[in-house]
Design a protein around this ligand. Structure first.
Ligand SMILES: [Zn+2]
Length: 83
């Protein structure tokens, strides 16, 4: 997270600081929601790594897909291996 990309609080009262903080929290949450919607609702969820790997292999995609533990839903997903 780069601080440069975000507006800095202009000193001021604690209220202003809190307002700034809340505003940035909301932006972050919105971004996370979008990310979750993309990664979790569009992908199959697997209980654990073995389950995810098994499905990849069953589909003949064992070499193409890799499994990862989702930091949002806690399940495992499969995604295409980057080159
Ligand atoms: Zn997920």
């Amino acid at each position: 997270m780069s601080r440069r990309s975000r507006p800095k609080p202009r000193g001021g009262s604690p209220d202003e600081l809190m307002e700034w903080y809340v505003r940035n929290r909301q932006q972050t949450d919105a971004w996370i929601d979008t990310d979750v919607a993309r990664s979790c609702t569009s992908k199959q969820q697997y209980a654990d790594e073995a389950d995810a790997r098994a499905h990849a292999l069953m589909n003949g995609m064992g070499d193409v897909l890799y499994s990862y533990e989702c930091r949002y839903c806690g399940f495992w997903h499969l995604t295409r291996r980057p080159n």
